[in-house]
Every structure is written in C-alpha cells, then in structure tokens.
Design a protein around this ligand. Structure first.
Ligand code: NAD
Ligand code: 0WE
Length: 255
C-alpha cells in the first residue's frame, strides 16, 4: 500500500542523481506512483534516461520550458498515453551566471527576462497544459528558495524570479481550486546540486546552515522529496497556495 498507488505524474527538472527532482522522484516511486520525466537537451538525456529507467518510467520526453511547443507536445503525449495526469513536479530554474555575482542593479533586461521566463513563467505554461488532463483533480508542486522573501547575497534576479513564482502559485491555486487542483511550493534550504555548483562560494552558504539553521545542518534531497511527496499525496488534500519550508535557514544572519 503506497500513498501514490494508482497516481501518475510528470517530473520536470532532473539533470543528474544530485537533482532535487531526483530526490522527489525516488520518494514518489517508493509510494507506488507511475512516473514520466522530461530532460532539457540531448546532453542531459544521457544522464536522465538511465535514472528514469531505473524507476520504470513510463515516458521520457524532451522539454525546454522556454518553448511553448515543447510543453504542449509533452502534455499531448501524456494525453495520448495516459489520458489523465494526477500530479506535476516543476523543479526548473535558470539565470545567467553573471547575474548571480554582480550587483543586482547590473541585471540586464535580457537577463531579467530569461530568469523570469524559465524560473517563473514556465510554471504557468506547464500548469495551463496540465489542467485539461487533471480530470480527477490534481496536485502541482514547484521548488522555491528563501531568496524570494529575503535578500540573500548574490541570489539577485533569481530572488525576483522566485517571488514571481511564489505569487504565481497563489494565483494558480485560487483559479484552479474549484477543479480540485492544488498548487504549492516547497522552499528548500541550500543543497549541493548542479545548479548550486555554478554559484561562487556555495560551500560557505552550506556551512552557514550548520551553525545557524534551526536543525544546525543542511537538508537533503531526500527530505525535500518527502515534503513534496506529502504535498502531492492525498494527505495534503486541504493544502493549496502554500509555500512549505524545508529548513530554509530562516535565522541565518544576513538572510
Ligand atoms: P539542478 O541543476 O539539478 O536542476 C535544475 C534543472 O533545471 C535542471 O534539470 C535543468 O536541466 C533544468 N532547466 C534549466 N533550464 C531549463 C529549461 N529551459 N527547460 C527545461 N529545464 C531547464 O538543480 P536543483 O538545485 O535540483 O534545482 C531544482 C529546483 O530547486 C530549482 O527551481 C531551484 O531553484 C530549486 N532550489 C534549489 C536549491 C538548492 O540549493 N539547490 C534550494 C531551493 C530551491
Ligand atoms: O535556485 C537556486 C539556483 C538556481 C540557479 C543556479 C545557476 C548556476 C549556474 C539558476 N541559474 C544558474 N545559472 C548558472 O549558470 N538555488 C536556490 C541555489 C542557490 O543559488 C544561490 C544561493 C542558493 C541557495 C545563489 C546565491 C546565494 C544562494
């Protein structure tokens, strides 16, 4: 008996076995879910395909979330293969590396648009395509970070994108509640992933957590996976429009 028995869903954002999306996928599979995965490009397909296959993925599809046609094609395939979808995991973000270094006021118009497009608007586009397939209700979860609500040094345009993402979660939740579709975000503390490896001095950010986060340590992909599992399952049937913190380090000085 699993929490996700009989439920089918799609996971956007696995890049490798360090990805938060991968930690989520493992928890979902362990509770009986049937999974589909997307990958950004051919280089990542080489990493994602074997991982997805190890969880008996039904479908492994390409998708650049900055491309509406890619997103539409993914859900067209899900409609043909499954007929309906129960859940979506959105674990995708991107900003230009330089924009996560210099002063925030240096952010270019193009860099701002890029970060907001891939990291925030993509949730809206994915949700729009998922809704017609969520005929028996559904649950959508995205990944956010404390930099949405506090200034975190160097998080910069990503903080603005995450603020837009969290507001999008609330607007989507209110619109889709009457269809039985819930939309929530998980705000994770810093975790060493591919995206984090591109951040200068990330190791110091992780070390700060050991001193000052409530649990005096960093959280793991597995712990983020367990909270996301809860939000995607019927245990959270009354929860929508929320940002759920997984020890994001609220009392870290400077945050
Ligand atoms: P990751 O690098 O493993 O995952 C990021 C994913 O985004 C990758 O799979 C990448 O392929 C995908 N992506 C980027 N641009 C894309 C595009 N145009 N189309 C489709 N996919 C695209 O890193 P992660 O840390 O697991 O990040 C997952 C999510 O978790 C992100 O939203 C990130 O902001 C969030 N998050 C991360 C941390 C952390 O400290 N690592 C903390 C809180 C929230
Ligand atoms: O959301 C993120 C990181 C997202 C991210 C990372 C990169 C690195 C490589 C987006 N775009 C890029 N572009 C690249 O070229 N996190 C929550 C992790 C993170 O990033 C930080 C953090 C934390 C935590 C940046 C500054 C301070 C803290």
């Amino acid at each position: 008996m699993g929490l996700m028995d009989g439920k089918r869903g799609i996971i956007f954002g696995v890049a490798n076995d360090m990805s938060i999306a991968w930690g989520i996928a493992q928890q979902l599979k362990a509770q009986g879910a049937t999974l589909a995965f997307t990958y950004l490009n051919e280089a990542l397909e080489k990493r994602v395909r074997p991982l997805a296959e190890s969880l008996d993925a039904d479908l492994i599809l390409p998708c650049d979330v900055s491309n509406d046609a890619d997103i539409e094609a993914v859900f067209e395939t899900l409609g043909k293969e499954w007929g309906s979808v129960d859940f979506v995991v959105h674990a995708v973000a991107f900003a230009n590396r330089e924009d996560l270094k210099h002063g925030f006021s240096q952010t270019s118009r193009a860099g701002f648009k890029l970060a907001l497009d891939i990291s925030a608007y993509s949730l809206v586009a994915v949700t729009r395509c998922a809704v017609p397939l969520m005929t028996d209700g559904g649950s959508i979860v995205t990944m956010t970070y404390l930099g949405a609500v506090r200034t975190i040094p160097q998080y910069n345009v990503m903080g603005v994108a995450k603020a837009a993402l969290e507001a999008s979660v609330r607007y989507l939740a209110v619109e889709l509640g009457e269809k039985g579709i819930r939309v929530n975000a998980v705000s994770a503390g810093p975790i060493k992933t591919l995206a984090a490896s591109g951040i200068a001095n990330f190791r110091e950010k992780l070390k700060l957590m050991d001193d000052r986060a409530p649990l005096k340590r960093c959280v793991s992909q597995e712990e983020v996976g367990k909270s996301t599992l809860y939000l995607l399952s019927d245990l959270a049937s009354g929860v929508t429009g929320e940002v759920h913190y997984v020890d994001a380090g609220f009392n870290v000085t400077g945050a």
